[in-house]
Design a protein around this ligand. Structure first.
Ligand SMILES: Cc1cc2nc3c(=O)[nH]c(=O)nc-3n(C[C@H](O)[C@H](O)[C@H](O)COP(=O)(O)OP(=O)(O)OC[C@H]3O[C@@H](n4cnc5c(N)ncnc54)[C@H](O)[C@@H]3O)c2cc1C
Length: 317
C-alpha cells in the first residue's frame, strides 16, 4: 500500500484510508495491469477487502468523483493521460464459487477461465469461459462470449453496489444482455452473480475446452499484448452493395481493406487475426487508438461500413 498523498486526499475531499481494510494506491499506473500494457495512472486504485468495505468506501466518496470498476483490464484501452477518480478492482476477496441446487454463485473477482476449469470438475459446463481472459465482473459487464455462447444466457441474478454504496440485487428480468454489452444500472459494480450452467459429462466439457483452446491458438495471437477483438462484428447494414460472399465480420473487412500487418509506431494490426491490435512492445495508447481509428476510416472508405469499438477506451488523452 502506498503512503497517503495529502494533495490527492484534499483534492478529492477524501477520508482517512485507515478505516478501510482494502488497499488504496495513488497514481497507480494501469499499464502495469492492463493486457495491452498501455495506459496512464489512475488517481486512486481501491482493492476492497469485502463487500462491506466496498460499500463503506463508496458511501464516503464525493458524488463528483468518477468511480470505475475494472477487472483484469483485458478489454480496456486506458489512454496515456490516465484515469481521473477511482478505479475499483475486485480481486481474490471476491472469488467465491458456491454451488446450491445446480446454480452457481460466482464472485465477480474470479477469473473466467478458472471458473470454467473448476466447474468442469463438478460436471457443470461453462466451457466457453475457458478461453476468455478477464474476470466474471468484466465478463458480465461485456456479456462476454465465444463459439455461440454468451454469459448472459446463464445469468439468473446479480449482486452489486451502486455509487452511494447501497447493496442491490438484480434479477434477470432487470438486465438486458446484448452483443458485447450489458445494460446495468448507472455506476453499478457487480460483486457476484448467480448462474445456471448446463450439466454435462466431465470428459465432454474437458474435450470442448481443449478444442476451443487449440482453435484459439491456431487463429489468434494469444501470447501477444492485445485486447482480443478490437471491433464488434457489424450488423450487416451497409450503403454499399457487398458481394454476398463477403462475410460481414470485422476481421474480414479489415483484411479486405489490406490492413493485415499495418503498423503505426509500435502498434500493429495482427497478421494472424486482423481484428486484433497488438502492442509490439513500448506502444503508447495514442498509437493503439490512432491505428484503430485508421482501420475504421479505411474500412469505411472501402465498404461504407462503420466499425464500432468493442474495446472500451477510457481516460485522458
Ligand atoms: C486474447 C483475448 C481474447 C479475448 N477473447 C474474447 C472473446 O472471445 N469473447 C469476448 O467476449 N471477449 C473477449 N476478450 C475481451 C475480454 O477478455 C472480455 O471482455 C472480458 O470479459 C473482460 O473482462 P475484464 O475483467 O478484463 O474486464 P475489464 O477489461 O477490466 O473491463 C471491461 C468492462 O467491464 C467493466 N467491469 C469490469 N468489472 C466490472 C464489475 N465488477 N462490475 C461492473 N462492471 C465491470 C469495466 O468498467 C469495463 O467497462 C478477449 C480479450 C483478449 C485479451
Amino acid at each position: 500500500m502506498m503512503k497517503m498523498d495529502m494533495n490527492k486526499k484534499s483534492k478529492l475531499g477524501f477520508v482517512d484510508e485507515n478505516q478501510f481494510s482494502g488497499s488504496i494506491s495513488y497514481s497507480f499506473p494501469l499499464s502495469k495491469i492492463s493486457w495491452l500494457k498501455v495506459g496512464g495512472p489512475v488517481d486512486i486504485l481501491f482493492r476492497p477487502k469485502n463487500l462491506d468495505d466496498l460499500s463503506r468506501f463508496l458511501s464516503l466518496i464525493p458524488v463528483e468523483v468518477n468511480v470505475m470498476p475494472i477487472g483484469a483490464c483485458s478489454n480496456l484501452l486506458v489512454r496515456d493521460g490516465g484515469l481521473s477518480g477511482v478505479a475499483v478492482k475486485l480481486g481474490g476477496s471476491f472469488s467465491e464459487i458456491e454451488i446450491n441446487n445446480n446454480q452457481v454463485k460466482l464472485g465477480a473477482g474470479n477469473f473466467s477461465s478458472k471458473v470454467a476449469v473448476y466447474l468442469s470438475e463438478l460436471g457443470y459446463d461453462l466451457s466457453f469461459l475457458r478461453t476468455i481472459p478477464g474476470t466474471i465482473g468484466g465478463a458480465i459487464a461485456m456479456n462476454a462470449g465465444c463459439y455461440g455462447k454468451y454469459i448472459g444466457d446463464y445469468v439468473r441474478s446479480l449482486e452489486g453496489v451502486n455509487k452511494s454504496g447501497k447493496i442491490i440485487r438484480l434479477g434477470k428480468e432487470n438486465l438486458q444482455f446484448k452483443y458485447r454489452c450489458t445494460k446495468l444500472p448507472n455506476d453499478f459494480i457487480v460483486t457476484s452473480a448467480i448462474l445456471k450452467p448446463k450439466i454435462e459429462k466431465k470428459e465432454a466439457i474437458k474435450l470442448k475446452m481443449k478444442e476451443m483452446l487449440s482453435k484459439r491458438e491456431e487463429t489468434q495471437p494469444t501470447k501477444k499484448a492485445t485486447c482480443g477483438s478490437t471491433f464488434k462484428n457489424p450488423d450487416g447494414k451497409s450503403s454499399l452493395m457487398l458481394e454476398e460472399a463477403i462475410e460481414l465480420k470485422a476481421w474480414s473487412l479489415i483484411d479486405r481493406a489490406g490492413l493485415r500487418g499495418k503498423q503505426m509506431g509500435k502498434a500493429m494490426v495482427s497478421k494472424k487475426h486482423p481484428n486484433f491490435l497488438i502492442n509490439l512492445g513500448g506502444a503508447t495508447s495514442e498509437e493503439m487508438e490512432a491505428l484503430g481509428e485508421y482501420v475504421r476510416k479505411s474500412v469505411y472508405e472501402k465498404f461504407k461500413v462503420s466499425l464500432d469499438w468493442e474495446v472500451i477506451r477510457v481516460g485522458r488523452q
